[in-house]
Design a protein around this ligand. Structure first.
Ligand code: KG4
Ligand code: ZN
Length: 332
């Protein structure tokens, strides 16, 4: 079964062609980092305009790379939520148009589900597993029991982990998106230099909170002299990162042990973080848990994970009609 996956939920225009839910024939992404960089965050109106410019060349490029034409496709999978409504509509309209013109069936995919299943693009991971989904818009913990069986365990009460990275990078004048920049800068810093607070929610052990750490970094930057900040940028990045990583690792390990689940899977853009991978591995090994994480290109938004999630639903016979609408607040 050949499936075209289309993703436009935020600021990446992405398309992929996936064969039989296993073989990635093409996976093409056009990033809008340069468009949003000067603003230090995604500007929704600019994002949808950029998607309109990129969507045709990206879909065309994916098909060409896969040496396929529309006629070869058995199905189309497209993100219909959650995300920015103007951005979602570009991909969804494109998928509907191809489906209407060619008669190829299409299904709308939940972006969060696609992140949770992305690990299967590279590894055979048995169900159940505890999935930590940490991205620019979400920080969630699920017990993934199978395709379509997602038991919600916890979420962030305020900012998402990736959002905290992006905002701290902006405060420090490091650029956008901040996650990868902070990750790289932290490699030359001392993570113990500054003890930033770790939010612990005792009554709700699987919930997260990142607004406190963001404010703590802001306060630190305001109260230290310019020279102190300039001379210790790597230490600040490393200390901030260590606190965020601790706040992600502790509830995830706890969720696995308390639920008797032996596998942990990382997903979402923040799962590309080198320190998160390292520390989660350390703690998982010490607790006798297996850890899996996707290659960075499958952690951040991509068309292959959309094609994979869509493949499972198409295979089960689901078909969406043309009334399906974009849903900015879609939940799992
Ligand atoms: O999953 P994603 O591509 O888009 C959303 O669905 O949000 O995640 C993007 C987020 C951004 O906040 C970005 O700063 C963060 O993932 N990110 C990282 C790293 N690479 C991307 N955060 C920490 N370390 C990284 N290496
Ligand atoms: Zn995402």
């Amino acid at each position: 079964m050949l499936v075209l996956g289309v993703e436009t939920s935020c600021d990446d225009t992405a398309a992929a062609v996936l064969q039989n839910g296993r073989t990635i024939l093409a996976n093409v992404v056009s990033s809008q980092d340069q468009v949003h960089g000067p603003y230090g965050g995604v500007v929704p109106e600019l994002a949808s305009r950029q998607h309109i410019k990129s969507i045709l060349p990206i879909v065309d490029g994916a098909l060409k790379k896969a040496c396929a034409t529309l006629k070869d496709l058995d199905g189309i999978a497209v993100t219909y939520g959650p995300g920015l409504v103007g951005s979602l509509l570009v991909g969804l309209s494109m998928a509907k148009a191809i489906s209407f013109r060619t008669g190829i069936p299409y299904v709308g995919v939940n972006h969060l589900e696609a992140h949770l299943l992305a690990i299967h693009l590279e590894y055979e991971v048995a169900f159940p597993y505890i999935a930590l989904l940490a991205s620019g818009g979400h920080t969630l913990l699920y017990n993934v029991r199978g395709v379509g069986e997602y038991v919600h365990l916890g979420r962030t009460r305020d900012d998402a982990a990736g959002e905290a990275y992006d905002k701290v990078a902006k405060m420090m004048g490091l650029g956008y998106p901040g996650g990868r920049i902070v990750d790289n800068l932290a490699k030359s810093g001392d993570a113990k230099a500054i003890r930033f607070p770790r939010a612990r929610l005792k009554k709700t052990p699987y919930e997260f909170s990142f607004s406190g750490i963001k404010t703590a970094v802001w306060h630190y930057l305001k109260t230290q002299g310019r020279e102190q900040v300039e001379n210790h940028r790597a230490d600040i990045a490393a200390s901030f990162q260590e606190a965020v990583v601790d706040m992600l690792v502790t509830p995830t390990i706890k969720a696995a042990t308390a639920n008797g689940v032996g596998r942990i899977v990382l997903s979402g853009g923040v799962a590309a973080n080198s320190r998160l991978r390292e520390k989660m591995k350390e703690k998982a090994e010490a607790t006798g848990l297996q850890l899996f994480y996707p290659a960075p290109k499958f952690c951040t938004d991509n068309g292959a994970m959309i094609a994979l999630a869509g493949y499972h639903w198409l295979k089960r016979g689901r078909r969406d009609d043309f009334h399906l609408n974009a849903d900015a607040d879609l939940t799992l």
